[in-house]
Every structure is written in structure tokens, then in C-alpha cells.
Design a protein around this ligand. Structure first.
Ligand SMILES: *[C@@H]1O[C@H](CO)[C@@H](O)[C@H](O)[C@H]1NC(C)=O
Ligand SMILES: *[C@@H]1O[C@H](CO)[C@@H](O)[C@H](O)[C@H]1NC(C)=O
Ligand SMILES: *[C@@H]1O[C@H](CO)[C@@H](O)[C@H](O)[C@H]1NC(C)=O
Ligand SMILES: *[C@@H]1O[C@H](CO)[C@@H](O)[C@H](O)[C@H]1NC(C)=O
Ligand SMILES: *[C@@H]1O[C@H](CO)[C@@H](O)[C@H](O)[C@H]1NC(C)=O
Ligand SMILES: *[C@@H]1O[C@H](CO)[C@@H](O)[C@H](O)[C@H]1NC(C)=O
Length: 706
């Protein structure tokens, strides 16, 4: 039974044997614990702290249970900050000891131990070891006295330190160099660019990620730096009375040349522009230009890190000033004459005769020709053009600023019109407009010859609109406009010619014949009249009917509506309405018409018996006279005249004119001319005086019809 279990366990454990391992008798084992301890462990804390030079030992202990008598082969690995630093294979069960003799700061870190037996491994907990204390660095220089720019060698040592170390060198408190090495000493080359006493020391830092530990300062070593007996010299000729265009010679050299292995370089420059370079002598020749009040030159010597410079400043007098370009006349019109004048205002007369100055106009495709020194004339273009001129003498050329000439279009004679409609008694807008002309244009509204107002039109879509009010229609024609876009005058516009619309007033309805004298069969005429400006729309109404009886628009101030043969059905109350573009509707007073029975009917009813008797008597008489006289005579005696005027002409003759005294709308009062749809207020040959009280709804009367 026990043998069976053993065989089973053995079969399971065999899975831990790596493939290809030596074929040996399989051993049963288990790693029970792995621990790491630091010795000495002065304060007994988890993370020991030791001082520099302590002999530290890391002890790794593994507790393993196994089935055989001999110890199993164990592989120990020590990790510091995650990377393995030590590996040992042991076939004894003794602890592994990892010595850190005379510990240094660089030994600080997190340690861990791992044990591996036949592919099965276990790691310990990690322990953080801290080692304190760094050695004092030592500085050594190979020279105590150097000249400017000369190199010396400095060595800084960190005695006994290990690890990755940063070394720093200081001149007094200022850091002058740093170097990172993986050893405890470094050598650097130092140079000093200023003469005098320099106090040098060094220090170092040990890097233990993520921390760093800084040492104390080293001993201080004094270096004496002697000034180099070498300096740059700058010569400029001439130095006085330098005019633009004069030749300037510059020479940059060394004052004394001492034996020196270093390479020397000279740089000659003007402002930020490098003119020339060389090793011992730099020559430069140039034409002086008055780019500013003065010219500054520098001769600079460079020897390794050392540099010295010499400077000179020269003032250069302008030979002639930058030319100015002017245009005349001040306002240029398209295709009209213009002149450009180019001139340098000041000239150094001791060097230059004004006559030597040559002026040119650019661009070359400009439309002007030279007509004198610096004077260019011609016709202005039809578009904006940029001109520049140049003045030139003794190889010096100066350009004026660009002058943009914008030729104008003269404003055309303005037109004046009413904007919208002119209604008497309401504000009226007047528009002034010129078809051509460069903006801005000033429009002035005049009344008579008095200025009323000014409008400035600056943008293409702007309009010069003035608002006025008038009390009489004829006042409108006193307005006119002036337009101006330059100093040139342009004729004013014509006088404003526009119709003033007078609102309608005084509506009247005139009935012919008189409303109380209308009989059946009469020709009834309803005349609607107003005062105001045509065209007028008239509408006639009968009270009780919504729709108008008729309506019409006419260029007259009155209009008629006719009922050729009235009947009793036409009795009723009538009124009319009128409209024009100035205002809404005006309405006449109402007129009531009562159509009476025709006279001849009464006569017929009253005298029909008498008539029959008379006819009988007459018949007897006829028979009696026939026997005595001819038939023709008898027939002539029997004809009867019509009793009612039928023609329009005869009706017209019955119309009368109302007098001014009795009827207010004098000029609008209608003269009925008897023809359909026409009325005039002019004179007519056959006009009869009107009856009074027309406006109150009374009527003209027709002559007695019977
Ligand atoms: C450290 O060990 C060395 C010999 O390995 C010994 O000379 C030295 O005295 C020891 N230091 C201390 C502080 O025990
Ligand atoms: C350098 O200067 C010398 C005189 O000092 C002159 O003869 C020579 O032409 C100059 N060279 C240049 C490049 O200016
Ligand atoms: C003139 O010059 C101005 C700038 O100075 C530029 O904006 C403009 O377009 C130029 N006009 C013409 C017609 O070249
Ligand atoms: C137009 O009127 C403004 C003031 O309203 C004035 O400054 C400007 O000079 C006038 N322009 C012309 C061409 O008269
Ligand atoms: C006013 O304008 C009308 C046409 O609109 C024209 O018949 C008339 O002659 C003009 N009057 C004047 C004074 O120009
Ligand atoms: C108005 O009268 C005219 C004649 O005067 C006639 O031709 C027209 O048909 C009438 N219109 C209406 C709506 O009665």
C-alpha cells in the first residue's frame, strides 16, 4: 500500500524535471521557505542602515524537505534592485553568504534571494539596505599658473567609492564642468578666459536609482591666470569727414604675437554683418553708406574659448537725402494732365553738385515722360497706379516712398427726383443722383438758391435722400441739387419736376334731375365729384346694397353714373365714394330719390273718357269734312309732338353751373357734357347757370317734360 502511494507521488513529481535533464533516480522534495538576512543588523529593523566601511554579509537561507539523505543541488541568485548581482550553485544545505566587505553608499539597494532546485524555485522577501557616508573628494591640478586660454588638467578623486559617479568642478561657487564616470576618479581639462586668481574645488554625487548622494566639497586649489599679451587692433581710414560713397579701408590685426600653440582667428564685422575673417590680419575695403547716423565696426580675436574685441564708430554724412515724390494737382482726374516731381531736399554741396543728381521714375511702364530734372508729366491713367522715383549720384541710388495716384472721375450733372410719391401735407423724399463720379460725392439740396441740406455718399449703394415738407404744390419745383466730389464745380440739376398729389376732399353727389323731381322714364344722372389730384376711382352705392352700382377710374375730378330710364324700383338712397393714391376713401352725403309717376300717365287716367268722346266727335267731323276737303291736309293736322327730350344734347343744355358763392368746390365742380363717361371743368358753349345748394344733395332739374 505504502509502495503504491510512493509510486503515485513519484509520477506526479516527475513533472518538475525539466526536459532533457540527466536521467537519474527521481528525488522527492519541497522548498519550504527562503529568507534573506543582513548581518550585522544593528537596530533589528526590517530595512537595516549601516555606516560606510562596515563588513556586511547577506545571508540566504533555504528550508528544503527531501526524501533522500544527500542534499539536493541548489542554485542561489541574489538580486539587487531587480537585477541579479550574484549566482552560486551549491550541493550542500548550508546557507549562502554574500559578502559586501567595507560597504559603500553604492551598495545601498533592495536585495532579494532566490533558490532554484531542479527547476522549482522560491524567492525571499526583499530587504532594503542603506549604507551611509561618503569619502571626501580630493582635487589635484597639474599647474598653478596659466595664461589666458591655456589649458590645465584637473583630477578629482572619490577615495574608496564605487558605482556610477558624477564629478563637478567649481570656480568659486560657479560650476564650470561636470563629468559622469563609472570609476572613482576623473580627469578634465580646464581653461580660464579671464585673468586673475581662480579658486577651484570639486565634489561628486553617487547615483543609486532613484536616489543620489552628494559628497562634501574637496580641498580648494588656487590657479593664477595671467593676461595674454595679445589683443586685436582695428584701424579705419578715413575717420573724419566721411561722406556717403567715400571708400572706407578697414584693417583688423593683432597687437603682439606671443608664441602660442593655439589657433587664432580674427573676425571683422559691421553690426551683425561679418565682413571678413583671417588668422593674423584682416583687410576690408568698402563704400560708406549712410544707413544710419553712424557705422559701427568690430575686430574680434578668438583663441580657443578666449575672445577679445576692438570697436570703432564712424559717422557718415549723407551725400543727398532720400527723394520725395509729389503729385500735382492734388486731385488727379482720369485722362487729365498730371505732373510728378521727384526731389532730394538736401545735398552735401561740398561733395556734390545738384546737377549731378539723376532722377528716374519707376515702374518703367508708367505713362509719364520726363520734362525737366525730376519732373514727369503726362495724362493720368484710368486706374490706380503706384509710382516710385529714384535719385542717383556717385554710385549711390536712393528710392522714394511709393506714391499711389488714384485718378478720379468727375461727378456728372446730378438728377433730382421724388423718391416714392409726393403727397401734399406729408413728408416728401427727394433723391439726388449722379450717374458717374468717384465716391465720396457730396450732394447739396437747394431751395431757390438757398442750401437746405448736404448728404455725403461714400458707398456705392448709398443714396442721397432728403426729406422736405411743402404747403403748396408749386413749392416742390423750387428744389434742385448740386453734386461735388472734387474742387471742380459741376452744374446743378434741373428744377424738380414732379406731380404733387393732393389728397381728396369735398366729395359730392349731384343728381339730375333734382331728387324730388324725378319721374318714371327720366334719364337719371348721378355725378360724383371731389377736389384733389387724379387719377380718381369713383364708386356709386345704393344704401342696402354692399356691391357698388358701378365704379370707374378717371383722370378727371368727377364722373357720372347714369340710369337711362328710371322706374319706381330705382327709388332709394344713393351716395358715392372716391379714392386716389394720396389717401383712403372719401364719401359723399346720401341723397334720397323718390321716383314719381310720369305726368302723362296721370293725364291719361284723368282724361281717358273725355278723349274717347272727343275721338268720336272728331270721327264724325272727319267724315263730314272729307266730303269737302283733300286727304293730305287732314292728315297734317292730326300729328302730335313728343313731350320728353330724348337726345343727350338736349339734356346737356339743361345742366347748369353752380356759382362759387353757393358751392365750395369751384374748380372741381363738374360741367356735364352729356356724353357717356366724360365731364370737363372747362368752359362749354352751351352752359346754363346752376341751381343753388348742389353740394347738399339737391339736384339739377330737367325742363318740364310735358
Ligand atoms: C573587515 O574585514 C577586514 C578583513 O576582511 C578586516 O581587516 C577589517 O578590520 C574588518 N573591519 C571591521 C570594521 O571589522
Ligand atoms: C590690404 O591692405 C593693403 C595695404 O595695407 C592693400 O594694399 C591691399 O590691397 C589690401 N587688400 C585688400 C583685400 O583690401
Ligand atoms: C500699390 O501699393 C500698395 C501697397 O503699397 C498695394 O496695396 C496696391 O495694391 C498697389 N496698387 C497697384 C495698382 O499696384
Ligand atoms: C464733403 O463734405 C464733407 C463734410 O460733410 C467735407 O469734409 C468734404 O470735404 C466734402 N467733400 C467735397 C469734395 O466737397
Ligand atoms: C415735367 O415733366 C413732364 C413729364 O414728366 C414733362 O412733360 C414736362 O415738360 C416737364 N416740365 C418741365 C418744366 O420740364
Ligand atoms: C359701369 O358703367 C359702364 C358704362 O357707364 C358700363 O360699361 C359698365 O359695365 C358698368 N359696370 C358695372 C359694374 O356696372
Amino acid at each position: 500500500m505504502g509502495l503504491l502511494l510512493l509510486t503515485l507521488a513519484s509520477a506526479l513529481l516527475s513533472t518538475y524535471v525539466p526536459a532533457g535533464s540527466r536521467v537519474e533516480a527521481q528525488r522527492l522534495f519541497t522548498i519550504r521557505a527562503v529568507s534573506l538576512t543582513v548581518e550585522p543588523h544593528p537596530d533589528g529593523t526590517r530595512d537595516p542602515v549601516v555606516t560606510r566601511d562596515t563588513n556586511v554579509t547577506l545571508r540566504c537561507q533555504a528550508v528544503v524537505s527531501s526524501s533522500g539523505p544527500e542534499a539536493l543541488v541548489r542554485k542561489y541568485t541574489i538580486y539587487k534592485d531587480g537585477s541579479d548581482v550574484y549566482t552560486k550553485t551549491s550541493s550542500s544545505s548550508e546557507d549562502l553568504l554574500y559578502p559586501l566587505p567595507a560597504a559603500r553608499v553604492s551598495n545601498s539597494g533592495k536585495y532579494k534571494c532566490e533558490v532554484n532546485i531542479e527547476g522549482k524555485s522560491m524567492a525571499s522577501e526583499s530587504r532594503k539596505l542603506t549604507v551611509t557616508g561618503l569619502s571626501t573628494p580630493l582635487l589635484h591640478l597639474n599647474k598653478g599658473v596659466v595664461t589666458e586660454g591655456e589649458e590645465l588638467t584637473a583630477r578629482c578623486t572619490a577615495p574608496g567609492e564605487t558605482g556610477s559617479i558624477f564629478f563637478y568642478f567649481y570656480d568659486d561657487t560657479k560650476e564650470i564642468q561636470e563629468e559622469r564616470v563609472n570609476s572613482n576618479q576623473v580627469e578634465v581639462r580646464l581653461r580660464f578666459s579671464s585673468a586673475g586668481i581662480h579658486r577651484i574645488h570639486c565634489a561628486y554625487t553617487v547615483l543609486i536609482t532613484p536616489d543620489s548622494f552628494k559628497s562634501q566639497e574637496s580641498n580648494t586649489v588656487v590657479v593664477s591666470v595671467k593676461e595674454l599679451s595679445i589683443s586685436p587692433v582695428l584701424e579705419v581710414s578715413p575717420t573724419d569727414q566721411v561722406f556717403e560713397g567715400d571708400r572706407l579701408d578697414l584693417l583688423c590685426t593683432l597687437r603682439s604675437f606671443v608664441h602660442n600653440t593655439e589657433k587664432i582667428q580674427l573676425y571683422l564685422s559691421q553690426g551683425t554683418q561679418l565682413l571678413s575673417t583671417g588668422s593674423t590680419r584682416v583687410n576690408h575695403s568698402m563704400v560708406a553708406r549712410a544707413s544710419g547716423p553712424t557705422l559701427s565696426f568690430e575686430c574680434r580675436l578668438e583663441m580657443g574659448p578666449l575672445f577679445k574685441s576692438a570697436t570703432k564708430t564712424i559717422s557718415v554724412t549723407e551725400l543727398f537725402s532720400v527723394p520725395t515724390l509729389r503729385v500735382s494737382p492734388a486731385e488727379v482726374f482720369q485722362r487729365e494732365a498730371m505732373t510728378l516731381t521727384c526731389r532730394s531736399e538736401s545735398v552735401a554741396s561740398e561733395r556734390l553738385d545738384r546737377k549731378e543728381l539723376v532722377y528716374t521714375l519707376s515702374p518703367p511702364e508708367n505713362p509719364l515722360v520726363a520734362v525737366g530734372t525730376g519732373v514727369f508729366s503726362g495724362k493720368a491713367l484710368q486706374f490706380d497706379f503706384n509710382y516710385t522715383c529714384a535719385a542717383e549720384a556717385k554710385g549711390i541710388k536712393k528710392f522714394s516712398q511709393t506714391l499711389t495716384v488714384r485718378p478720379k472721375v468727375l461727378v456728372s450733372v446730378p438728377k433730382i427726383s421724388v423718391y416714392g410719391k409726393a403727397v401734399l401735407g406729408q413728408p416728401i423724399q427727394i433723391l439726388c443722383h449722379s450717374d458717374a463720379g468717384s465716391l465720396p460725392i457730396n450732394y447739396t439740396l437747394l431751395w431757390g438758391y438757398d442750401e437746405v441740406d448736404v448728404r455725403s455718399v461714400r458707398l456705392p449703394f448709398d443714396k442721397a435722400i432728403f426729406t422736405v415738407s411743402i404747403t403748396k404744390p408749386e413749392e416742390l419745383s423750387k428744389y434742385m441739387c448740386e453734386a461735388r466730389n472734387s474742387k471742380k464745380e459741376v452744374p446743378p440739376s434741373k428744377r424738380l419736376n414732379a406731380t404733387v398729389i393732393e389728397p381728396l376732399t369735398h366729395p359730392t353727389l349731384t343728381v339730375i334731375p333734382k331728387p324730388d323731381e324725378v319721374s318714371e322714364g327720366d334719364h337719371l344722372v348721378l355725378i360724383c365729384g371731389v377736389r384733389g389730384t387724379p387719377p380718381v376711382t369713383f364708386k356709386w352705392y345704393r344704401v342696402g346694397t354692399i356691391e357698388p352700382l358701378n365704379f370707374t377710374t378717371t383722370d378727371n375730378k368727377h364722373k357720372d353714373y347714369q340710369i337711362p330710364r328710371v322706374s319706381n324700383d330705382d327709388s332709394g338712397t344713393y351716395y358715392c365714394e372716391a379714392y386716389n393714391s394720396a389717401n383712403g376713401m372719401v364719401r359723399s352725403e346720401q341723397v334720397t330719390i323718390q321716383v314719381r309717376m310720369a305726368l302723362w300717365k296721370k293725364a291719361v287716367i284723368g282724361g281717358v273718357g273725355l278723349l274717347v268722346a272727343s275721338l268720336l266727335v272728331l270721327g264724325v267731323c272727319v267724315l263730314y269734312f272729307r266730303s269737302k276737303r283733300g286727304k293730305r291736309e287732314a292728315a297734317a293736322e292730326l300729328s302730335v309732338k313728343p313731350s320728353i327730350p330724348k337726345s343727350d344734347d338736349s339734356l346737356a343744355e339743361t345742366l347748369t353751373h353752380d356759382s362759387e358763392a353757393s358751392h365750395a368746390p369751384t374748380d372741381a365742380a363738374p360741367f356735364y357734357d352729356g356724353k357717356e363717361g366724360r365731364a370737363t371743368n372747362g368752359t362749354r358753349d352751351s352752359v346754363a347757370p346752376p341751381p343753388a345748394d348742389l353740394s347738399n344733395g339737391s339736384s339739377y332739374s330737367a325742363p318740364a317734360s310735358v
